[in-house]
Design a protein around this ligand. Structure first.
Ligand code: NAP
Ligand code: F7E
Length: 375
């Protein structure tokens, strides 16, 4: 986790982040705190606390508690609960609202289409309607998604027709249009960030990139023998989540609200991701990966490739981390975690560069190959 400074100089602004416990929410919270924002985050109740990605931000708690002066605190709320949304907006009086909360798993949206639509489409409507009714002058960011393009041929930009293929894609498209409608009809500062896939060591473990890098780390540390995947031919434009949250912020710093595509302008198959990850430690992925139908979807989005020229031109935003670097960051992080958990690392091996963990991974891979030869 990042080191967060206790010293804090307020820039006069307050940001509310829904979905703060998620991958993007945690990076955005760190980014905004570093810019001097007071950050308030909405989390929902779960039977077991689910705040691992933001627990390190609790450092402010001892000094400030949950007071207006505090740089950071959390509030309970839920996208399906209008009352909780209004109460939070009333208490926080935000300058900027980043709506990142959602049921974000495409495959799961086929199993739970109703709640996906409720959280992802009606949730944003509840926030927008509350902002309008309460006459708040805050800026609103909607986490829109490349999944909205569905089967529209690549490359995709702000003008590309959207033909979604999943309940998730449809829910995000409804929220996208609601955001535009509140902007056009009521003059709200409401902006859509159409983000293509973005990943990191904080990615949920059942998204394909993290499933691959964590699966590889488990194989190397002897906790698993194989990795089960679905469709390897789908192509995605994968970027680094930590860089994408700056684009979200930049969107809300413009004079006028608008919609922006964010991506790397590069697309790779799932197979290429697996291959790159296993190659890093000199293993042949074909020896370890099995294909199971249960990981295939009722309908697939074949190719996503961002044309993010508008973001480059207007926001001055460009990704720095490309495909190979991203795979390496994720493999190194998962190797580090798995080796720590299984006792392969010494206490003073904890803050080493990524290459150190990759080299350790290669050593473990040699052992696995030897063992396989003997059998
Ligand atoms: P994530 O890791 O799945 O985080 C989503 C967050 O939303 C979690 O903290 C989750 O809380 C919360 N949430 C879910 N349902 C909620 C509800 N009913 N009420 C309140 N909170 C709720 O997703 P992410 O990768 O950070 O993505 C952030 C946003 O960007 C999402 O809206 C996603 O759909 C969108 N997006 C993501 C990508 C990508 O590649 N990552 C690309 C385009 C768009 P729990 O932990 O309690 O479940
Ligand atoms: O799948 C294929 C799968 O679940 C990527 C979300 O952040 O990005 C994400 O949605 C591809 C698909 O991401 C497995 O069929 C193969 O073609 O990692 P994913 P996603 O569906 O692209 C968009 C932009 C969002 O907005 C979403 O919130 O990989 N795939 N085998 C697999 N996918 C998974 N999850 N698991 C597999 O075993």
């Amino acid at each position: 986790m990042e080191t967060i400074q206790k010293d804090f100089e307020w820039n006069g602004k307050v940001a509310l982040i829904t979905g703060i416990g998620g991958q993007d929410g945690s990076y955005l919270a760190e980014f905004l705190l570093s810019k001097g924002y007071k950050v308030r985050g909405m989390i929902r109740r779960s039977s077991y606390p689910n705040t691992k990605r933001i627990d390190h931000l609790d450092i402010y708690d001892d000094v400030y508690g949950k007071t207006p002066e505090s740089p950071f605190y959390l509030l309970y709320g839920d996208l399906s609960d209008s009352t909780s949304i209004r109460n939070i907006l009333e208490e926080v009086q935000p300058d900027e609202v980043y709506n990142l909360a959602s049921q974000s798993h495409v495959s799961v949206s086929f199993n739970s289409p109703e709640s996906t639509l409720n959280f992802n489409a009606i949730g944003p409507l509840r926030i927008l309607e509350a902002i309008r009714n309460m006459k708040l002058s805050c800026k609103y960011y909607q986490a829109s998604s490349s999944e909205m393009y569905g089967i529209s041929p690549p490359p995709q930009n702000e003008e590309t027709p959207m033909i979604p293929q999943s309940p998730y894609g449809i829910s995000k498209l409804a929220a996208f249009h609601l955001t535009r409608m509140y902007r056009n009809a009521y003059g709200l500062y409401a902006t859509n960030g159409i983000l293509f896939n973005h990943e990191s060591p904080r990615r949920g473990v059942n998204f394909v990139t993290r499933k691959i890098t964590r699966g590889l780390a488990y194989i190397l540390t002897g906790r698993k023998e194989k990795l089960s995947l679905g469709n390897l031919d789908a192509k995605r434009d994968w970027g680094y989540a930590k860089e994408y949250v700056e684009a979200m912020w930049l969107m809300l710093q413009q004079d006028k609200p608008d919609d922006y595509v964010i991506g790397t302008k590069e697309s790779h198959t799932v197979k290429e991701f697996v291959e790159e990850a296993f190659n890093l430690v000199n293993l042949n992925w074909k020896d370890f990966v099995e294909i199971l139908d249960r990981y295939k979807r009722p309908a697939e989005v074949p190719t996503l490739l961002a044309d993010s020229s508008k973001a480059e031109r207007v926001l001055g935003w460009k990704p720095k981390t490309k495909f190979k670097d991203l795979v390496k960051i994720m493999v190194a992080a998962d190797l580090k975690e798995a080796m720590q958990e299984t006792g392969y690392l010494h206490v003073n091996d904890m803050n080493m560069p990524d290459d150190f963990y990759i080299e350790k991974g290669k050593e473990l891979a040699k052992g696995i190959k030897l063992k396989r030869k003997r059998i």
